[in-house]
Design a protein around this ligand. Structure first.
Ligand code: NAD
Length: 317
């Protein structure tokens, strides 16, 4: 079996091993593959592994030997799964590997907004404390989470895990999900979107990007939020209208944002969020703890092994 990894670098920049996959066949790993080289690199391949490299109908038509695709991620919108199905090619994904890591990132962003640890530490390193007339000082309002309301949009795996952590901070949790009516927890009320935007002190987004959730957070909804509220987005960038959010931050309609995802990644230099007030952006790294990537690697090895054994698993098409 010839196995080709089109873009392995972000999964394994060198701290994990490809051995599990190489034990299953003749493995070639490319760090990245530009779209115009995908067909050439898949020549003769039986199995293709991709993270963000597009495998569309045109690529499939020119890759007659291809028998299986495994996506090195949960989201599989980069593969034309319908065209693959028409050609009898199963496409598998890794449904869950990073739930705890993503939920942890929600609080990394939230705690940054409430206590600004890195900025205070930087100030101390620059001599601010030495020069302080008082025995302590702070440069930002310091905010306790206990008693604040966390509004979760998308009450799936990551949303529920985020709720659990929020409750440990003694936050009140409310949630909205297009498909879930009962949270299963008497302390967590399922509410409509309007209530999420009006009542929350912190809104955390955990729905997938779909036509329904595209730009779900827009100017109109941002205007409903409390001026003291924070928005955290670790889901997909386009769930938020980036220009509307930048405007809301700059006008003080909300107090701050912690974002791990943007509408276009990497962003264009003119994305207004890059310079917006109280906006902290990380480069789509919620998924990328070593533990989560190791689980992703292991699950991919299992996907490929299952296909070779004639029983493909985690098939999405
Ligand atoms: P999940 O499928 O377990 O949960 C998603 C929830 O969203 C489901 O309960 C679903 O009913 C709900 N939903 C669907 N459409 C909705 C709508 N229109 N309005 C409100 N809710 C809706 O997924 P998950 O594992 O919790 O992941 C959530 C999202 O997090 C993923 O879709 C992905 O985009 C994102 N993610 C980001 C990273 C990262 O590195 N930043 C990593 C993993 C996942």
């Amino acid at each position: 079996m010839k196995i080709v990894v089109l873009d392995g670098y972000t999964l394994n920049p060198g701290d994990l091993s490809w051995e599990g996959l190489s034990a299953l066949g003749d493995l070639t790993v490319y760090d990245r593959t530009p779209y115009d080289q995908v067909v050439k690199r898949l020549e003769g391949a039986d199995i293709a592994l991709t993270n963000k490299t597009i495998i569309d109908r045109a690529v499939l038509e020119q890759s007659p030997n291809l028998k299986f695709i495994s996506v090195l991620a949960t989201g599989y919108d980069i593969v034309d799964v319908k065209a693959a199905r028409e050609r009898g090619i199963p496409v598998s994904n890794v449904p869950t590997y990073g739930t705890l890591s993503v939920a942890q990132m929600v609080f990394a962003h939230l705690l940054n907004l409430t206590q600004h640890v890195a900025e205070h530490a930087q100030g101390v390193a620059q001599g601010r404390w030495l020069a302080s007339p008082d025995w302590c000082y702070w440069d930002y309002p310091l905010i306790e989470l206990a008693g604040l309301t966390m509004g979760i949009i998308g009450f799936g795996r990551i949303g529920r895990t985020t709720a659990k952590i929020a409750k440990a901070f003694e936050m009140r949790v409310i949630a909205y999900d297009a498909y879930i009516r009962d949270s299963g927890d008497p302390d967590i009320e399922m509410v409509n979107l309007d209530r999420i935007f009006r009542e929350s002190d912190v809104i955390s987004l955990h729905c997938p990007l779909t036509p329904e959730t595209y730009n779900l957070v827009n100017a109109e909804r941002l205007r409903m939020m409390k001026p003291t509220a924070f928005l955290i987005n670790t889901s997909r960038g386009a769930v938020v209208n980036n220009a509307d959010l930048a405007d809301a931050l700059n006008r003080g309609l909300i107090a701050g944002a912690g974002l791990d995802v943007l509408e276009v990644e990497p962003p264009a230099a003119d994305n207004p969020l890059l310079t917006a007030k109280n906006c902290y952006i990380t480069p789509h790294i919620s998924w990328a703890t070593r533990s989560a990537r190791a689980r992703l690697m292991q699950a991919t090895v299992e996907n490929v092994a299952a296909f070779i054994a004639g029983k493909p698993q985690n098939v999405v098409n």
